[in-house]
Ligand binder design. Structure first.
Ligand code: FAD
Ligand code: MG
Length: 320
């Protein structure tokens, strides 16, 4: 599976070339400070930060690295890995907050979004490696461990507990969005008013760039063309699709997003869903949920949230 994904292209005023062009055309009288862009490999993807303040970029990366250290299941020492191992943990405020948020998304999505899907995710990962579909028996067994009601949070004692043995949390569907939000919160605290963070397609547009909103383009799910452009200020975007991360087993294309009801990879007819929201964790969690629920129920879910827009491609749209 390809773990580097860039479903979005930040275009127009994000490009250094275009910026230089505008500057040389003498727009405005005040000399504009140049923007800098730095990329790092984090959370299994390329994270790109664009800001006028080089030090602020370092601050934002540090915040995101901290979140990765807390939440990554690829790091045995992270709080989530320790919780998966020991089933009870004195957890940091950030970990408790994201777990609480995830439980709330689980409820609003009627279980389509479920971070306890870890055992199912693992079964399907093994299946790819072995080149054969998992047995019905193993899926039924794993499904019994999937239920976010079995995550117990005690904010008074700062503990998180998993009620069932062999449960496994996997925060892959929201941790990038959360990390972006944490970094943006920090940047605001230190007085930054213009910045763009793109964590492999989980994006936040802080303020404007040179007094113009940031421009974002959505890529077609099956080719490199841009199908929609829009401008954003103080808004987040996230996408879930079957085109950057998928696997083929016995000639069938499977998504890496699991339908917790069936135990099988999501098969709702949605090939790509983009969500625009006020924060990145909401956009990220809703994108994954809608991918599971399908277009109709997904749009109904999105309407339960204030200020959320969706752009959904289904298999039927690809036939046109
Ligand atoms: P999204 O749609 O946002 O999420 C899909 C992911 O969510 C699935 O891959 C699965 O993990 C989980 N999931 C599946 N079904 C559901 C469901 N119904 N409800 C809730 N969650 C579900 N990749 C590497 O290869 N190496 C690494 O070291 C690595 N470290 C990472 C560290 C962190 C903190 C994070 C957040 C990710 C990391 N990744 C790493 C990437 C990770 O394995 C996933 O590929 C990635 O998070 C998927 O994000 P997405 O935006 O493509 O898809
Ligand atoms: Mg997501």
């Amino acid at each position: 599976m390809n773990t580097l994904r860039r479903p979005f292209y930040v275009i127009a005023f994000h490009s250094g070339l275009i910026f230089a062009l505008i500057a040389s055309m003498g727009y405005g009288c005040v000399k504009k400070q140049p923007y800098h862009t730095e990329s790092r490999l984090l959370m299994g993807t390329v994270v790109e930060i664009t800001c006028q303040d080089k030090q602020a970029i370092q601050v934002a990366f540090r915040e995101m690295e901290d979140v990765e250290r807390l939440l990554s299941i690829f790091d045995d020492n992270s709080e989530i890995s320790q919780l998966n191992k020991r089933r009870k943990l004195n957890a940091s405020w950030k970990t408790l907050q994201i777990l609480k948020k995830c439980k709330s998304f689980y409820e609003t999505s009627s279980g389509a979004f479920d971070i306890t899907a870890g055992p199912l995710v693992d079964i399907w990962k093994d299946a790819i490696e072995e080149g054969r579909a998992p047995s019905e028996r193993s899926i039924t067994r794993a499904k019994k461990l999937v239920d976010s009601n079995n995550i117990v949070i005690d904010e008074v004692f700062s503990t998180a507990k998993l009620s069932k043995r062999r449960m496994k949390l996997d925060l892959g569907a929201v941790a990038k969005g959360y990390a972006v939000d944490v970094a943006i919160r920090k940047l605001k605290e230190i007085g930054i008013t213009s910045c763009l963070i793109n964590a492999g397609g989980d994006i936040y547009c802080l303020g404007k760039k040179n007094n113009r909103p940031w421009q974002i383009g959505i890529q077609h799910p099956r080719n490199d063309s841009i199908v929609k452009n829009f401008v954003l200020t103080n808004r987040a975007v996230a996408t879930s699709g079957d085109y950057e991360q998928f696997f083929v087993l016995q000639n069938k294309r499977y998504s890496h997003i699991i339908n917790p009801y069936t135990g099988y990879p999501a098969d709702s007819g949605v090939v790509s869903v983009t969500v625009i929201a006020d924060d990145c964790i909401t956009a990220d969690a809703l994108a994954t949920s809608i991918f599971v629920l399908g277009k109709e129920k997904g749009e109904e879910l999105a309407r339960a949230f204030a200020n959320v827009q969706t752009i959904i491609f289904t298999e039927d749209d690809l036939d046109v």
